[in-house]
Design a protein around this ligand. Structure first.
Ligand code: ZN
Length: 72
C-alpha cells in the first residue's frame, strides 16, 4: 500500500497514512485531533524533475538530395 502524507487543516498537523486505493477518495481521520478536515499532500519527489540534458542538438543539415542516380 502506498504511503500518503496528509495535512490537517483543523490542527495544522501533518501525518502519514497508508491508504488503500478504495480509500483514496475518503479523507482520513487526523490522529491528533480526530478531525476529518484533512487534505492529501502532493508528493514532493514528483515536482522535482531532474534532467535538462542537451542531447538533442544534432544540427544535421540534411541537404543530400539522393535520387539522381542516373543523370545525363
Ligand atoms: Zn488534526
Amino acid at each position: 500500500m502506498p504511503l500518503y502524507e496528509y495535512h490537517c487543516s483543523e490542527c495544522g498537523q501533518s501525518f502519514e497514512k497508508m491508504m488503500r486505493f478504495s480509500e483514496l477518495d475518503l479523507a482520513p481521520e487526523c490522529p491528533h485531533c480526530h478531525s476529518r478536515e484533512t487534505h492529501k499532500q502532493i508528493s514532493t519527489f514528483a515536482s522535482r524533475i531532474t534532467g535538462g540534458g542537451a542531447a538533442a542538438t544534432a544540427s544535421s543539415a540534411s541537404s543530400c538530395s539522393s535520387g539522381s542516380s542516373r543523370f545525363r
